[in-house]
Design a binder for this molecule. Structure first.
Ligand code: FES
Length: 81
């Protein structure tokens, strides 16, 4: 009920930009059943993506944070730039 009435209707704090200061840095944020990966892209912009593989829906990032040139799905190794 909280997810429906509160969390889905308001902006939520996810992370500070200093946590992903370098290109390739990422943090995982779980909100209810949803999981999001926030990344610092090569061009310096910040982007957020569903933490779900396009192949079979596996969670791509298992750790809370990291640094990678490409994110690799642990299931069948699809990669995301
Ligand atoms: S589920 Fe990610 S590569 Fe298959």
């Amino acid at each position: 009920l909280e997810m429906k009435l509160f969390f889905s209707k308001h902006w939520l704090f996810a992370a500070m930009t200093c946590e992903i200061s370098e290109p390739g840095d990422w943090v995982r944020v779980d909100i209810g059943r949803e999981s999001v990966v926030i990344v610092r892209k090569k061009d310096g912009e910040v982007a957020a993506y569903h933490n779900t593989c396009r192949h079979r829906g596996s969670r791509i990032c298992q750790e809370e944070r990291g640094h990678a040139g490409r994110l690799v799905c642990p299931y069948h190794q699809w990669t995301y730039g």
